[in-house]
Write a protein that binds this ligand. Structure first.
Ligand code: GTP
Length: 221
């Protein structure tokens, strides 16, 4: 958690990390938040959360990243989608030495985001464990191409060696703060409000109709 009261002073941005079990989501977050690495990191149960303040001196802005670590294990899959709600950034993680984890980013995790996430999200693809480059099973070019095809930022990371992790979160936060992205969020928010307004109007009309019908049936006009 950040120091007392700071959450209120600065804009907050919800970030979720998704990907197969064992790709290194928890280790990426620990490295980013506390600078540590656990070679025996235990599998996440459900989800957990931590915050970090990021300062962008070049644009004179500060952002609080609320980072959610989700469980990649099959048994938690139905639960994980609840953590996408209101997330502004989703980082999809694969292990560069495991081809299947990249296939699942493309064919499962990205689809999950499409189905359950907000329309406008900052997306990131992280090829973790890049220290295992000798065992590379996913060519970097292929992963970059996929990231570019979905408009995602891309980074190779190693939680073990502390490579690319600050950059990954830094870039995602900066894209979130970009005025063009903020404008898209505003439009999305307005559209949601209009949808809600229309829903309320429709329900009120339906209720009025039911009342009218009831009155008719009971003989009162
Ligand atoms: P779930 O919580 O089950 O979804 O897994 P996870 O994606 O959070 O994986 P976790 O961070 O627990 O890491 C799984 C294993 O990979 C642990 O043994 C870590 O030590 C190891 N690991 C994580 N990051 C790296 C890395 O950058 N390089 C190497 N070589 N191993 C890593």
């Amino acid at each position: 958690m950040t120091e007392g009261g700071e959450e209120k002073k600065f804009p907050q941005c919800k970030v979720v990390l998704l990907g197969d079990s064992g790709v290194g989501k928890t280790c990426i977050i620990s490295r980013y938040i506390s600078g540590s690495f656990d070679s025996n990191s235990a599998s996440t149960n459900g989800a957990s959360y931590a915050s970090k303040k990021v300062e962008y001196k070049d644009i004179n802005k500060t952002l609080i990243l609320d980072i959610w670590d989700t469980a990649g294990q099959e048994k938690y899959k139905s639960l994980t989608k609840f953590f996408y709600k209101d997330a502004a950034v989703a980082i999809l993680v694969y292990d560069i030495s495991l081809k299947q984890s990249f296939e699942n980013v493309k064919n499962y995790w990205y689809q999950q985001i499409q189905e359950n996430g907000d329309k406008n999200m900052v997306l990131g693809i992280a090829g973790n464990k890049c220290d295992l480059y000798e065992e590379e099973a996913v060519p970097e070019a292929e992963a970059r191409e996929f990231a570019s095809s979905i408009g995602a930022i891309f980074g190779l990371t190693s939680a073990q060696n502390n490579t690319g992790i600050n950059e990954l979160f830094q870039d995602a936060g900066k894209k979130y703060l970009d005025p063009n992205f903020q404008q898209k969020l505003e439009v999305e928010k307005e559209e949601k409000q209009v949808d809600e307004g229309e829903k309320v109007q429709r329900l009120t009309l339906e209720k009025a109709e039911v009342k009218k019908e009831k009155k008719k049936k009971s003989g009162f006009c």
